[in-house]
Design a protein. Structure first.
Length: 442
């Protein structure tokens, strides 16, 4: 199916108030047919998590208090969003039905299954609100229910064949619609239960849909003018990167650039669909284009990933031994813990992980093979760009910027796109600032 349509995803801040929703409506009604993916209004998913926390702790009063407060907020949004009594009523009915539904979960046993249902309400509400608003404005828009086509398999991975078939069937129901609105983040799992694509997963929804309809472009609209060359929350004077290769974008997203969910690059890359990052608050800003084209000889950006733990296994028996690394890796595999960085020497190996759920078991098992030491509260700093080994000078520049910072591990040569440093979290700010100065501002 080659629809040639664009898929546009708007994040939480982009639909975070009635006024923002009106701005988005204006942006998407330019006469082009399109699929629009929306997140929940900003703060909503966090509040739904909070409600679930109270219910896990068997405190329905606590949950109800937050539910009431959130509902009151939505009533104000409804009042501001719609102009006519007819649509104000439709909006109020929409809100009431979702909040009554949430309340129905405060009475019984609360498990992971119920939590997923609660978390899904944010996107169901925001898309319902936007669809009514467009209809009130006379736009021919329809709601495509993501729960009818977005599905994961037994490994909790999206099922692209199912998604393509079911989405196509949904689109065919409304051949004359101009705008299709659908929910980001939410899906059904292999058992047909309501589930989600993990926090921040609306970006993933957009790229899965883009690949399924062979879109001409996937646009991720957010609150900043594209991928910046360093984390704008930490470093001043960052600037947007105009162009990234899919791998570069994937490295940055994986290593902490929050603007993109790490999973969302792969479907777009395989379908060779360009991804554009754009700013809802400044729609004419150029943003960032992510595609298969490489810009030679350029360092593009720096990102940081927190909450990393480093583990070193030292073994005199490793000297000239084969099979040692396999034994070490098998331990991590058996606890479903993935490794981010790895460095080896003849007498030991260091790895970094971010999931410490099974850390104690892993350490116990590793101790069979050598002396084990652990460094907590570390962070990975990732420098991304055209870092092909034959290009000279780039590693030296990055290393030089780190000259005053204690570096626990360095990883280079794993791909052509990055060099990573493992440092203490408390040195992160200084490292990011120093790299910005050395790589972009001199
Ligand atoms: P949305 O709700 O639209 O999905 P997010 O909050 O997930 O938006 O992502 C946008 C935010 O990502 C920005 O406001 C910015 O603070 C943060 N961010 C972190 N690193 C970067 C970066 N390198 N470039 C741009 N934004 C970044
Ligand atoms: N609303 C979800 C979240 O806050 C998904 C998303 O916004 O991408 O995580
Ligand atoms: Mg996001």
């Amino acid at each position: 199916m080659n629809t040639g349509m664009k898929v546009l995803k708007f994040g939480g801040t982009s639909v975070g108030s009635a006024q923002r929703m009106k701005d988005v409506a204006r942006l998407i009604t330019d006469g082009e047919r399109k699929i629009v993916v929306l997140s929940a209004m900003s703060g909503t998913t966090n509040t739904l998590v909070e409600i679930s926390d109270y219910l896990y702790k068997k405190n329905p009063e606590g949950a109800n208090e937050i539910i009431n407060r959130l509902e009151a907020k939505y009533r104000r949004h409804i009042d501001e969003l719609y102009a006519t009594p007819e649509y104000k009523q439709k909006g109020m009915d929409l809100i009431k039905s979702h909040f009554d539904y949430i309340r129905s979960y405060t009475k019984d046993l609360f498990t992971l299954f119920e939590e997923k249902v609660i978390l899904a309400q944010g996107e169901l509400i925001s898309t319902g609100m936007m669809n009514y608003y467009l209809q009130e404005c006379g736009v021919n828009s329809v709601l495509l229910p993501a729960l009818e086509f977005m599905r994961t398999d037994k490994n909790a991975e999206p099922d692209p064949v199912y998604i393509k078939d079911k989405l196509r069937a949904q689109l065919e129901l409304y051949p004359d619609a101009d705008i299709y609105i659908t929910q980001g983040f939410i899906c059904r799992n292999a058992y047909g239960e309501i589930d989600n694509l993990q926090r921040g997963g609306s970006d993933y929804t957009a790229s899965l849909i883009g690949a399924a309809v062979n879109a001409s472009e996937i646009q991720i609209w957010t609150d900043i003018d594209g991928m910046h060359n360093n984390d704008p929350r930490i470093v001043d004077n960052t600037s947007p990167v105009r162009h990234l290769q899919f791998e570069e974008a994937a490295e940055l997203a994986y290593f902490g650039a929050k603007i993109l969910h790490p999973t969302c690059i792969q479907p777009a890359k395989y379908a060779n669909i360009p991804v554009r990052l754009l700013n809802t608050m400044d729609p004419s800003a150029e943003g960032t284009l992510i595609s298969n084209d490489t810009e030679k000889g350029k360092i593009k950006a720096v990102a940081a990933k927190d909450n990393i733990t480093a583990i070193k296994i030292k073994s005199s028996r490793m000297l000239l031994a084969y099979g040692f690394l396999r034994k070490v890796f098998e331990i991590f595999e058996s606890y479903q813990t993935s490794i981010d960085m790895i460095c080896t020497s003849e007498v030991g190996v260091s790895v970094s992980i971010d999931n410490v759920k099974h850390l104690n078991e892993i350490l116990d098992d590793l101790k069979k093979y050598g002396t084990v030491t652990v460094d907590r509260d570390m962070c990975i700093i990732c420098v991304v760009g055209d870092l092909e080994w034959e290009n000279v000078g780039f590693e030296a520049k990055a290393l030089d910027a780190m000259r005053d910072i204690p570096v626990r591990m360095i990883s280079y040569g794993g791909s052509n796109y990055n060099i990573s440093f493992l440092i203490r979290e408390c040195d992160k700010k200084e490292a990011l600032q120093s790299l910005s100065k050395a790589l972009f501002n001199e």
